[in-house]
Design a protein around this ligand. Structure first.
Ligand SMILES: *[C@@H]1O[C@H](CO)[C@@H](O)[C@H](O)[C@H]1NC(C)=O
Ligand SMILES: *[C@@H]1O[C@H](CO)[C@@H](O)[C@H](O)[C@H]1NC(C)=O
Ligand SMILES: *[C@@H]1O[C@H](CO)[C@@H](O)[C@H](O)[C@H]1NC(C)=O
Length: 614
């Protein structure tokens, strides 16, 4: 008897618990834990959006000890790990901030007195309907239909963190550059002095900057990994690296394999680039990579033609490549900065197409800075050698791509100084041009090292110069940069690419002055390409073109097509508009001429009130 009543109480308790659990789930859902805002909806301090999958949260936060409020996105499992901040240098002073998704389709952050402190620098579009925190942590404005081309996205405006599916580098279409900028301190997300960019000349390589001074480079992309970061091979299965070089973009990014732990790459406020991985078992981040990691990673540490060896701490890490040495100081007056630079032993013998020079192999290195190097990925290494040999200004060459195995393929040629060379595990071979006399093994000079006292004098001098240099640049860097909303100019080659070289199948209409083509950007967005006919390119025609660019560039209204870019290369005059399915072709064909005759448009221009319904 007793046992049954006990069982009953137990069951009742269980039932109550289940009810309580269900109730809590329901109230949680009612509190609005969604991932979207529709047009006209607001997000106030205390509200959050949570991405599908739950990894990311968007809301208001105060970093560290600061009491200031910022709108940002963080990892749901680690709410102090902020990956994106909207109002980096415009903090809110209290909890009365509000994010408004307005009628123009722009995101606007307002303070308590409804003043705008930040807005998405997106000039709005009638089709913008939804802002959504995507699975990846990307905050995206899109039109809400199945065609999911984004109109604005936070991934295009990185803070200090690179997440999977983000990019660093250049968009050659708009000229925009994606880069990471450190926070100013642990509790101030304002842009700091450290940046991480993708160098897009030469071979792609990632550069860390302090103001305008390079501090660390990863080494060039070799088809598999960045040449100076061989440890990336250890996590390439989980987080495959992706480098894209095309007419559209030169970018670096990475993805996350299904099931891989959360990860992030960050430039911290002390000027280190780091990759972290979430350890769910211990609820903490574990470090996979950090750069710079040793003295040899300091950019240009050993000067031109220097070779840094991380295992040579006793001799100050620095030496010279074969055929070069640091001259011994003979007199006190020779104790200048110049003394530490490597000097060539024997002059090259190359002129008028004849040469007796040859090449020495420098094995296992992080290749020198390729900023000014010329690159051709389409040739063999033998062809590369022949080219370098035949060109007296070529000082060294190397393979551009080792993904095919062997000695690699493609060609990088250096014609100016060899800078930032170091020894590295699984490094590549650099082929260095030397005079014939230097190539005979028995005549090789030992590397001469400067005496320690002299070295310290020089280091002190360098530090003084560096401090002076940084001061000068801090002042220069403090001048604020104006954000330009100008319409970008694009090259004819790019336009030909998107319109299939102005193919007739892409033609969507024709007027007296222009032909309109439909084009498609690589990310899927459709555009209308309006190409003026050669017959109208009189002085007046050119003036009309300039006027259309000027008027359309200044307009932002939901019911007007938006000018995205233009081109005036040679005899071509081309305007690129947002493509709108429902718009009459006349809008593109006649442009402002047509629009200016439109009563409603005139009214709009006069009143500068873009919210009236036409
Ligand atoms: C959102 O904010 C705007 C601007 O403050 C206000 O006009 C509007 O009524 C708000 N909408 C909602 C749904 O709270
Ligand atoms: C490349 O050339 C520019 C302009 O001459 C120079 O400022 C820069 O230091 C060079 N870079 C390297 C790595 O040599
Ligand atoms: C030598 O190489 C440089 C750099 O690639 C190039 O600008 C120059 O035209 C070349 N000279 C000859 C004679 O090919």
């Amino acid at each position: 008897m007793r046992a049954t009543s006990q069982l009953r109480v137990h069951l009742l308790l269980r039932l109550l618990l289940i009810c309580f659990y269900l109730l809590s789930i329901l109230t949680f859902a009612a509190a609005g834990v969604g991932d979207k805002l529709e047009k006209g909806q607001n997000l106030t301090d205390g509200d959050t959006l949570v991405s599908a999958g739950g990894s990311f949260t968007l809301g208001f936060f105060s970093p560290g000890a600061s009491s200031k409020r910022y709108l940002g996105i963080w990892f749901s499992v680690s709410n102090a790990t902020v990956v994106w901040v909207a109002n980096r240098d415009q903090p809110l002073l209290d909890r009365s901030g509000m994010l408004v998704f307005n009628d123009l389709g722009s995101l606007v952050l307002q303070d308590g007195s409804r003043r705008t402190v930040w807005s998405s620098d997106f000039s709005g579009s009638a089709s913008a309907a939804v802002v959504q925190l995507a699975y990846s942590g990307n905050l995206v404005v899109h039109n809400g239909s199945s065609d999911d081309a984004s109109l604005w996205q936070s991934f295009d405006h990185p803070s200090d963190t690179l997440l999977p599916d983000m990019k660093l580098g250049k968009n050659l279409w708009t000229g925009a550059e994606w880069q990471l900028t450190s926070w100013r301190s642990a509790d101030d997300p304002a842009p700091g002095d450290h940046r991480r960019t993708l160098q897009t000349t030469g071979l792609p390589e990632i550069i860390l900057w302090y103001l305008d001074v390079k501090t660390y480079r990863t080494g060039p992309w070799n088809g598999i990994y960045f040449n100076g970061v061989p440890e990336a091979r250890g996590y390439a299965d989980k987080y495959p690296l992706l480098v894209t070089t095309s007419a559209w973009e030169v970018t670096y990014g990475y993805t996350a394999a299904p099931g891989a732990p959360l990860t992030r790459v960050v430039v911290n406020y002390t000027g280190k680039a780091e990759r972290w991985e979430w350890d769910a078992r211990r609820s903490t981040w574990s470090n996979l990579f950090q750069g710079p990691r040793d003295p040899c990673d300091d950019y240009g540490k050993c000067g031109p033609f220097g070779l840094c060896d991380p295992d040579a701490a006793s001799s100050g890490f620095c030496g010279c490549v074969d055929g070069f040495s640091i001259p011994a100081a003979t007199t006190p007056s020779a104790q200048t900065v110049k003394v530490t630079t490597c000097r060539r032993h024997a002059a090259l013998d190359c002129a008028g197409g004849t040469t007796t020079d040859g090449f020495a192999v420098v094995r296992g290195v992080k290749l020198p800075d390729t900023q000014n190097a010329s690159v051709d990925t389409g040739v063999t290494l033998e062809e590369c050698r022949a080219r370098c040999f035949a060109n007296c200004s070529c000082l060294a060459y190397a393979a551009a791509d080792i993904s095919g195995g062997g000695d690699g393929s493609g060609c990088v040629m250096w014609t100016s100084a060899i800078v930032d060379l170091r020894r590295v595990d699984m490094g590549q071979n650099l082929y260095l041009r030397l005079a014939k006399s230097e190539l005979d093994d028995h005549k090789r000079f030992p590397v001469l090292l400067v005496a320690a006292p002299l070295a310290s004098v020089v280091i002190i001098l360098l530090v003084i110069i560096a401090i002076w240099w940084r001061r000068k640049h801090t002042i220069m860097g403090a001048i604020p940069q104006k954000h330009s909303m100008a319409v970008p100019i694009v090259s004819l080659a790019v336009i030909k690419d998107v319109t299939g070289n102005f193919s007739e199948t892409n033609m969507i209409g024709q007027g007296g002055f222009s032909i309109v083509y439909k084009g498609q950007l690589p990310e899927g967005r459709a555009i209308a390409v309006k190409r003026l006919k050669q017959s109208v390119l009189t002085t007046k025609g050119k003036k009309d073109f300039a006027r259309e660019v000027e008027v359309m560039a200044g307009l932002r209204h939901g019911s007007l097509v938006r000018l995205l870019a233009y081109c005036n290369e040679g005899k071509e005059r081309i305007l690129i508009y947002e493509y709108m399915q429902k718009k009459s072709l006349n809008v593109y064909i006649f442009g402002t001429r047509y629009l200016l005759e439109h009563k409603c448009f005139l009214k709009l221009l006069r009143e500068q009130n873009f919210l009236t319904q036409c």
